[in-house]
Design a protein around this ligand. Sequence first.
Ligand code: ADP
Ligand code: ADP
Length: 227
Amino acid sequence: HSAISIRDLHVSYYGTEAVKNVSLSVNPGNLVGIIGPNGAGKSTFIKALLNLIPKDKGEVKVLGKTVKEVRTKIAYVPQRNDIDWDFPITVLDTVLLGTYPSLKLFRRPGKAEKEWAYECLKRVGMEEYSKRQIGELSGGQQQRVFLARALAQNAELFFLDEPFVGVDVSSEETIVKILKELCSQGKTVIVVHHDLSKANDYFNELILLNKELISFGPVSQVFQTEV
Ligand code: ADP
Ligand code: ADP
Protein backbone atom coordinates (compact mmCIF):
# COMPACT_ATOMS: atom_id res chain seq x y z
CA HIS A 1 0.00 0.00 0.00
CA SER A 2 0.91 3.62 -0.41
CA ALA A 3 1.37 5.45 2.87
CA ILE A 4 -0.96 8.12 1.54
CA SER A 5 -2.89 8.42 -1.65
CA ILE A 6 -4.92 11.47 -2.53
CA ARG A 7 -7.17 11.87 -5.50
CA ASP A 8 -8.64 15.13 -6.69
CA LEU A 9 -8.63 16.98 -3.39
CA HIS A 10 -10.46 20.31 -3.25
CA VAL A 11 -10.92 22.43 -0.13
CA SER A 12 -12.49 25.84 0.22
CA TYR A 13 -13.39 28.36 2.90
CA TYR A 14 -16.69 30.17 2.37
CA GLY A 15 -16.61 29.53 -1.35
CA THR A 16 -12.95 30.48 -1.89
CA GLU A 17 -10.76 27.60 -2.95
CA ALA A 18 -7.66 27.11 -0.80
CA VAL A 19 -6.58 23.75 -2.23
CA LYS A 20 -7.45 22.76 -5.73
CA ASN A 21 -7.24 19.52 -7.62
CA VAL A 22 -4.41 17.80 -5.76
CA SER A 23 -3.66 14.18 -6.56
CA LEU A 24 -0.56 12.36 -5.40
CA SER A 25 0.65 9.34 -3.51
CA VAL A 26 3.55 8.84 -1.13
CA ASN A 27 5.26 5.54 -0.45
CA PRO A 28 6.21 4.42 3.06
CA GLY A 29 9.62 5.48 4.37
CA ASN A 30 9.66 8.89 2.75
CA LEU A 31 10.42 12.21 4.40
CA VAL A 32 8.30 14.64 2.45
CA GLY A 33 8.42 18.42 2.60
CA ILE A 34 5.36 20.46 1.68
CA ILE A 35 6.72 23.77 0.47
CA GLY A 36 4.93 26.90 -0.63
CA PRO A 37 4.49 30.58 0.24
CA ASN A 38 2.24 31.88 3.03
CA GLY A 39 -1.38 31.23 2.26
CA ALA A 40 -0.54 28.52 -0.28
CA GLY A 41 -2.90 26.11 1.43
CA LYS A 42 -0.28 23.92 3.11
CA SER A 43 -1.98 23.77 6.53
CA THR A 44 -5.36 23.44 4.88
CA PHE A 45 -4.06 20.53 2.83
CA ILE A 46 -2.91 18.63 5.93
CA LYS A 47 -6.02 19.41 7.95
CA ALA A 48 -8.29 18.29 5.13
CA LEU A 49 -6.28 15.09 4.70
CA LEU A 50 -6.77 14.33 8.38
CA ASN A 51 -10.48 15.16 8.33
CA LEU A 52 -9.94 18.04 10.74
CA ILE A 53 -11.74 20.30 8.28
CA PRO A 54 -14.22 19.31 5.58
CA LYS A 55 -13.23 18.68 1.97
CA ASP A 56 -15.31 19.82 -0.98
CA LYS A 57 -14.22 16.82 -2.92
CA GLY A 58 -11.55 14.16 -3.04
CA GLU A 59 -10.56 10.75 -1.83
CA VAL A 60 -7.86 10.16 0.77
CA LYS A 61 -6.47 6.78 1.70
CA VAL A 62 -3.90 6.25 4.40
CA LEU A 63 -2.17 2.85 4.48
CA GLY A 64 -4.89 1.72 2.09
CA LYS A 65 -7.69 2.64 4.49
CA THR A 66 -9.75 5.65 5.44
CA VAL A 67 -8.27 8.11 7.92
CA LYS A 68 -10.94 7.17 10.44
CA GLU A 69 -9.99 3.50 10.28
CA VAL A 70 -6.31 4.17 10.94
CA ARG A 71 -6.66 7.20 13.21
CA THR A 72 -4.37 5.86 15.92
CA LYS A 73 -1.60 5.20 13.39
CA ILE A 74 -1.46 8.88 12.47
CA ALA A 75 0.34 11.47 14.57
CA TYR A 76 -0.25 15.16 13.97
CA VAL A 77 1.83 18.01 15.36
CA PRO A 78 -0.11 21.20 14.67
CA GLN A 79 1.39 24.56 13.89
CA ARG A 80 2.60 26.48 16.90
CA ASN A 81 -0.18 29.03 16.85
CA ASP A 82 -2.75 26.25 16.72
CA ILE A 83 -1.37 24.95 20.01
CA ASP A 84 -3.18 26.80 22.75
CA TRP A 85 -2.97 24.86 25.95
CA ASP A 86 -4.04 27.07 28.79
CA PHE A 87 -5.34 24.36 31.05
CA PRO A 88 -2.92 22.94 33.59
CA ILE A 89 -1.20 19.81 32.39
CA THR A 90 2.38 18.76 32.90
CA VAL A 91 4.83 18.10 30.11
CA LEU A 92 4.96 14.39 30.92
CA ASP A 93 1.16 14.10 30.94
CA THR A 94 1.04 15.84 27.58
CA VAL A 95 3.36 13.19 26.18
CA LEU A 96 1.36 10.46 27.91
CA LEU A 97 -1.69 11.54 25.92
CA GLY A 98 0.12 10.16 22.89
CA THR A 99 0.27 6.68 24.35
CA TYR A 100 -3.48 6.30 24.41
CA PRO A 101 -5.38 5.27 21.38
CA SER A 102 -8.32 7.65 21.71
CA LEU A 103 -10.75 5.28 23.37
CA LYS A 104 -8.43 4.38 26.21
CA LEU A 105 -8.03 8.00 27.14
CA PHE A 106 -9.46 7.62 30.63
CA ARG A 107 -7.46 4.63 31.69
CA ARG A 108 -4.84 5.54 34.27
CA PRO A 109 -1.27 5.44 33.00
CA GLY A 110 0.89 2.63 34.34
CA LYS A 111 4.59 2.64 35.08
CA ALA A 112 5.45 1.31 31.64
CA GLU A 113 3.58 4.13 29.91
CA LYS A 114 5.25 6.74 32.09
CA GLU A 115 8.66 5.33 31.35
CA TRP A 116 7.90 5.23 27.66
CA ALA A 117 6.67 8.84 27.72
CA TYR A 118 9.83 9.90 29.55
CA GLU A 119 11.93 8.07 26.97
CA CYS A 120 10.17 10.01 24.20
CA LEU A 121 10.78 13.29 26.03
CA LYS A 122 14.44 12.36 26.30
CA ARG A 123 14.61 11.77 22.59
CA VAL A 124 13.62 15.38 21.92
CA GLY A 125 15.89 16.64 24.72
CA MET A 126 13.07 17.84 26.97
CA GLU A 127 13.25 15.36 29.85
CA GLU A 128 14.34 17.92 32.42
CA TYR A 129 11.05 19.74 31.88
CA SER A 130 8.87 16.69 32.51
CA LYS A 131 7.22 18.06 35.67
CA ARG A 132 6.68 21.58 34.39
CA GLN A 133 3.36 22.87 33.12
CA ILE A 134 3.21 22.85 29.34
CA GLY A 135 1.92 26.44 29.38
CA GLU A 136 5.16 27.63 31.02
CA LEU A 137 7.35 26.56 28.13
CA SER A 138 8.40 28.60 25.13
CA GLY A 139 6.67 27.92 21.84
CA GLY A 140 9.70 26.08 20.49
CA GLN A 141 9.91 23.92 23.61
CA GLN A 142 6.21 23.16 23.37
CA GLN A 143 6.74 22.00 19.83
CA ARG A 144 9.42 19.58 20.92
CA VAL A 145 7.05 18.23 23.56
CA PHE A 146 4.38 17.76 20.92
CA LEU A 147 6.87 15.88 18.81
CA ALA A 148 7.53 13.67 21.85
CA ARG A 149 3.78 13.10 22.13
CA ALA A 150 3.73 12.05 18.48
CA LEU A 151 6.64 9.67 19.11
CA ALA A 152 4.82 8.20 22.12
CA GLN A 153 1.90 7.39 19.89
CA ASN A 154 4.08 4.98 17.95
CA ALA A 155 2.39 6.05 14.74
CA GLU A 156 3.12 4.92 11.19
CA LEU A 157 2.53 8.35 9.71
CA PHE A 158 3.62 11.69 11.04
CA PHE A 159 2.29 15.07 9.96
CA LEU A 160 4.16 18.11 11.28
CA ASP A 161 3.09 21.64 10.47
CA GLU A 162 6.06 24.06 10.57
CA PRO A 163 7.92 22.18 13.31
CA PHE A 164 11.00 24.41 13.17
CA VAL A 165 9.36 27.74 13.89
CA GLY A 166 10.82 29.20 17.08
CA VAL A 167 13.13 26.24 17.53
CA ASP A 168 16.86 26.85 17.97
CA VAL A 169 19.34 25.50 15.43
CA SER A 170 20.57 22.57 17.49
CA SER A 171 17.00 21.50 18.31
CA GLU A 172 16.13 21.80 14.66
CA GLU A 173 18.97 19.41 13.87
CA THR A 174 17.77 17.04 16.59
CA ILE A 175 14.26 17.07 15.15
CA VAL A 176 15.50 16.41 11.61
CA LYS A 177 17.60 13.53 12.90
CA ILE A 178 14.58 12.01 14.66
CA LEU A 179 12.44 12.39 11.55
CA LYS A 180 15.11 10.67 9.44
CA GLU A 181 15.28 7.83 11.96
CA LEU A 182 11.51 7.37 11.77
CA CYS A 183 11.74 7.12 7.99
CA SER A 184 14.56 4.62 8.13
CA GLN A 185 12.19 2.48 10.25
CA GLY A 186 9.72 2.56 7.36
CA LYS A 187 7.50 5.27 8.79
CA THR A 188 6.32 8.14 6.67
CA VAL A 189 6.83 11.76 7.65
CA ILE A 190 5.17 14.78 6.05
CA VAL A 191 6.45 18.20 7.07
CA VAL A 192 5.06 21.60 6.17
CA HIS A 193 7.97 23.96 5.71
CA HIS A 194 7.99 27.43 4.24
CA ASP A 195 11.29 27.61 2.43
CA LEU A 196 13.34 25.64 0.00
CA SER A 197 16.78 26.50 1.32
CA LYS A 198 17.33 23.34 3.38
CA ALA A 199 14.94 21.15 1.43
CA ASN A 200 17.82 19.23 -0.07
CA ASP A 201 19.27 18.25 3.32
CA TYR A 202 16.00 17.62 5.07
CA PHE A 203 13.65 15.87 2.67
CA ASN A 204 13.79 13.22 0.02
CA GLU A 205 10.51 14.15 -1.63
CA LEU A 206 8.88 17.53 -2.10
CA ILE A 207 5.35 18.70 -2.62
CA LEU A 208 5.40 22.23 -4.03
CA LEU A 209 1.99 23.63 -3.36
CA ASN A 210 0.41 26.91 -4.29
CA LYS A 211 -3.28 26.15 -4.08
CA GLU A 212 -2.66 23.69 -6.90
CA LEU A 213 0.10 21.12 -7.00
CA ILE A 214 3.06 22.85 -8.67
CA SER A 215 5.40 19.92 -8.52
CA PHE A 216 5.80 16.64 -6.69
CA GLY A 217 8.54 14.03 -6.60
CA PRO A 218 12.07 13.27 -5.42
CA VAL A 219 13.91 16.43 -4.36
CA SER A 220 16.40 16.37 -7.24
CA GLN A 221 13.62 16.04 -9.77
CA VAL A 222 11.55 18.86 -8.25
CA PHE A 223 14.58 21.16 -8.19
CA GLN A 224 15.20 20.47 -11.86
CA THR A 225 11.70 21.53 -12.82
CA GLU A 226 11.97 24.65 -10.66
CA VAL A 227 15.30 26.04 -11.86
P1 ADP B 1 -0.44 28.07 4.43
O1 ADP B 1 -0.47 27.00 5.47
O2 ADP B 1 0.19 27.63 3.15
O3 ADP B 1 0.15 29.36 4.91
P2 ADP B 1 -3.30 28.05 4.81
O4 ADP B 1 -3.73 26.69 4.51
O5 ADP B 1 -3.17 28.47 6.23
O6 ADP B 1 -1.95 28.38 4.02
O7 ADP B 1 -4.30 29.08 4.12
C1 ADP B 1 -4.68 28.95 2.76
C2 ADP B 1 -5.73 30.02 2.44
O8 ADP B 1 -6.92 29.73 3.16
C3 ADP B 1 -5.32 31.42 2.84
O9 ADP B 1 -5.82 32.30 1.87
C4 ADP B 1 -6.00 31.62 4.16
O10 ADP B 1 -6.28 32.97 4.40
C5 ADP B 1 -7.26 30.82 4.01
N1 ADP B 1 -7.74 30.26 5.29
C6 ADP B 1 -7.03 29.45 6.11
N2 ADP B 1 -7.76 29.12 7.19
C7 ADP B 1 -8.95 29.73 7.04
C8 ADP B 1 -10.15 29.79 7.84
N3 ADP B 1 -10.24 29.11 8.99
N4 ADP B 1 -11.18 30.50 7.38
C9 ADP B 1 -11.08 31.17 6.21
N5 ADP B 1 -10.01 31.17 5.41
C10 ADP B 1 -8.94 30.46 5.83
P1 ADP C 1 8.74 -4.90 23.42
O1 ADP C 1 8.35 -5.09 21.97
O2 ADP C 1 10.19 -4.70 23.67
O3 ADP C 1 8.11 -5.87 24.37
P2 ADP C 1 6.70 -2.90 23.70
O4 ADP C 1 5.73 -3.85 23.16
O5 ADP C 1 6.43 -2.20 25.00
O6 ADP C 1 8.15 -3.48 23.85
O7 ADP C 1 7.01 -1.78 22.64
C1 ADP C 1 6.90 -1.92 21.24
C2 ADP C 1 7.15 -0.57 20.69
O8 ADP C 1 6.22 0.35 21.23
C3 ADP C 1 8.51 -0.04 21.07
O9 ADP C 1 8.95 0.86 20.07
C4 ADP C 1 8.22 0.66 22.37
O10 ADP C 1 9.23 1.57 22.66
C5 ADP C 1 6.86 1.27 22.09
N1 ADP C 1 5.97 1.42 23.25
C6 ADP C 1 6.13 0.91 24.49
N2 ADP C 1 5.13 1.25 25.30
C7 ADP C 1 4.28 1.99 24.57
C8 ADP C 1 3.03 2.63 24.83
N3 ADP C 1 2.44 2.59 26.01
N4 ADP C 1 2.44 3.29 23.82
C9 ADP C 1 3.00 3.34 22.63
N5 ADP C 1 4.16 2.76 22.31
C10 ADP C 1 4.81 2.09 23.27
